[in-house]
Design a protein around this ligand. Structure first.
Ligand SMILES: *[C@@H]1O[C@H](CO)[C@@H](O)[C@H](O)[C@H]1NC(C)=O
Length: 208
């Protein structure tokens, strides 16, 4: 008898506690405490699990003629805690996503329009590049430098998916030439000449 009571108590507590573990949709209005405060399940609707932004073309009127539309945890709170996120890449004619890394995630890219030349470099400096057609996918392992550039004469589009809700994004050109890193220091750490560095700073917005 006592055993049966203990068992049913265990069952009830198991059932009720298994509830919260399904997801952890971030409440972005709450104080930004890592990890994000989960929203109350009773307050959620199907829309909280849906992101509609990837259907729209990004604005490619910029120096790289490209746009990245993220559906990371900051834009798509339902990804919180689930180890996934997504994004969209728009590459106008001549567009490029310069060498960059996602420190927090591996990436899979799926070309949905046009053609994209993509590649990455391993830590032993081996290069893997491929020109992808519509429907092709390519993997970019976590943390490795990689790039994408339009290989079609028209706009190309890709959907990307990440193995983290917070993949992070660091673009090498902007890290070197788009901030206030001193020209002499860039010369020392890259072996480039000052004239080239100043030219790139001019294009990418670095201070002279
Ligand atoms: C796209 O970005 C450019 C440069 O920031 C801006 O001038 C333009 O208005 C934007 N276009 C749209 C449709 O938002």
């Amino acid at each position: 008898m006592e055993k049966a009571i203990i068992l049913s108590f265990l069952l009830v507590s198991l059932l009720s506690s298994s509830h919260a573990a399904d997801f952890c949709v971030a409440d972005l209005t709450a104080a930004p405490t890592p990890p994000a405060t989960p929203a109350e399940e009773s307050a959620l609707t199907a829309d909280d699990f849906v992101f509609t932004g990837l259907g729209m073309a990004g604005n490619t009127s910029n120096i790289i003629k490209a746009a990245v539309t993220p559906a990371f945890v900051g834009q798509f709170p339902a990804t919180n805690g689930l180890g996934i996120s997504a994004g969209r890449l728009d590459l106008a004619k001549g567009g490029v996503i310069p060498f960059h890394t996602h420190p927090g995630a591996s990436e899979v890219l799926i070309v949905t329009q046009g053609s994209i030349c993509a590649g990455f470099v391993t830590s032993s400096n081996k290069v893997y590049t491929k020109t992808l057609k519509k429907g092709d996918s390519m993997i970019f392992p976590q943390g490795l430098l990689h790039f994408q550039l339009n290989a079609a004469g028209v706009t190309s589009v890709a959907i990307v998916s990440f193995s983290s809700p917070e993949p992070g994004l660091q673009i090498l050109d902007f890290a070197l030439f788009g901030n206030n890193l001193k020209t002499a220091l860039i010369e020392a750490v890259t072996f480039l000449d000052a004239a080239t560095i100043k030219k790139l700073k001019g294009v990418l917005g670095g201070t002279m």
